[in-house]
Write a protein that binds this ligand. Structure first.
Ligand code: PMP
Length: 422
């Protein structure tokens, strides 16, 4: 790997060293390619991040040298694959600061993690009269699983509103909390607006009324350190592919006492201790929640992604992205005809915007012709679009390998768009 060790990241004066973005870019092969004859400017990192060589190599190494199914074999390859798989779980546990590795359930991603909590924690417990509280800035994957549970149990979904800057209105959130609230589930960082929610405070408020606190960490884990013990949350879900890892793998952290008390949500191989037609004894944590052959290579790749991010230094990444966000915000705010959507006081690297008179898809298409990848649409957050009375926005989202020149290219591209639609 070409990045420095953690020790090298602190200068002799004890300051945080700046992220060497040019060096980091060398680690991402895809960044060398061109799109429509132009150098790729990849600003769609909230949808998925690109993968460093270390992750790509870990996947090939696994398939070339260690591929086997896990947990069920006495032969060498199966044991090797099991060790690699379980060491990925331990890395994730250390990365999130869980109390034990068994609190890490390997799932397909954030969506599956949230569905697991909805079906296995909430569905068996909730009844008519109970409430689930979410926020008005949730991704569909933190809305629909709760709507399903409400239909299944008779519980009611409550939504805490947001303001014009895209911030949760805390006084309203507090008003909606009561003894009826059994689950509070909130996004840590909004994918559509970039808002960073006061999640520590939200968890504490939820606990005060006896509710559990679930956090959607899809947009948070790659951008700032996350410590589930310090947050004191009960569940935390994230996706590997937004953390420089492969698609198809992610993790759900769950507090051990809660996971122990929950029934499995899927049945099959690996999640059992013994099966007869009369009775099945479920396996211990974490296997009780991992029915079937898991994405072994994916877990190995995710472990490599965490190693990579930690070697670069997550604090450096956060500082670098904060600098880019401030730079990009200034550029877009100064632009005639461009309006930023999502201007919270506390934001992560997401720049949502609209160009007056232009549909977001046309904005995206013109930018694409210049080699600039942004996302356009409702970003799986239709209620957010409804709140702002917009059909869609364009979104530039940042990662460790982005640089100021790419935001200049975006601004240059937007000047073209504004000219076309003026
Ligand atoms: N929550 C948020 C805030 C997201 O940004 C996303 C992905 N766009 C998800 C949940 C769902 O993640 P996945 O599709 O990887 O399950």
């Amino acid at each position: 790997m070409t990045v420095g060790t953690a020790k090298e990241q602190v200068t002799s004066q004890g300051e945080l060293a700046r992220l060497d973005v040019e060096r980091v870019r060398q680690d991402f092969p895809i960044l060398q390619r061109q799109v429509h004859g132009q150098p790729l400017v990849y600003l769609d990192n909230a949808a998925t991040t690109q993968k460093p060589r270390a992750v790509i190599d870990a996947l090939s190494r696994f398939y070339e040298g260690s591929n086997s199914n896990v947990h069920r074999g006495v032969h060498a390859l199966s044991q090797e694959a099991t060790d690699l798989f379980e060491s990925a779980r331990q890395k994730i546990g250390r990365f999130l600061n869980t109390r034990k590795a068994e609190e890490v359930i390997l799932v397909r991603g954030t969506t599956e993690g949230l569905n697991l909590v909805a079906q296995s924690y909430a569905r068996p417990r909730l009844k008519a009269g109970d409430q689930i509280l979410i926020s008005g800035m949730e991704h569909h994957s933190n809305i629909v699983p709760w709507q399903m549970v409400c239909q299944q149990t008779g519980a009611e979904l409550k939504v805490a509103p947001i303001n014009e800057r895209g911030e949760l209105i805390m006084e309203e959130f507090v008003k909606l909390l009561s003894a009826k609230t059994k689950v509070v589930s909130v996004v840590h960082v909004s994918n559509a607006l970039g808002t960073v929610n006061p999640v520590r405070q939200i968890v504490e408020l939820a606990h005060r009324v006896g509710a559990i606190a679930v956090l959607d960490g899809a947009q948070a884990v790659a951008h700032a350190p996350v410590d589930v013990r310090a947050l004191d949350c009960d569940f935390y879900a994230f996706s590997g592919h937004k953390l420089y890892g492969p698609t198809g793998i992610g993790a759900l952290y769950g507090r051990a006492e809660l996971l122990e008390a929950m029934p499995p949500w899927q049945g099959g191989g690996d999640m059992i201790k013994s099966v007869t037609f009369a009775q099945t004894i479920y396996n211990d944590l974490p296997y009780k929640f991992e029915a079937g052959t898991p994405d072994v290579a994916g877990a190995v790749g995710l472990g490599a992604a965490i190693d990579y991010l930690q070697a670069v230094g997550i604090e450096q990444v956060a500082a670098h992205e904060a600098d880019l966000l401030a730079y990009g915000t200034q550029l877009l705010s100064d632009m005639e005809g461009v309006r930023l959507i999502g201007t919270a006081a506390h934001k992560a690297g997401v720049l949502g915007f609209v160009v007056e008179g232009a549909h977001a898809h046309d904005v995206g298409t013109i930018l694409d012709s210049l080699g600039i990848a942004v996302r356009t649409g409702h970003h799986c957050a239709q209620p957010v679009m409804d709140f702002f009375n917009l059909p869609a926005t364009a979104r530039a989202s940042l990662a460790m390998y982005n640089r100021r020149e790419e935001l200049d290219a975006l601004a240059e591209g937007l000047r073209e768009v504004v000219k076309v639609f003026a």
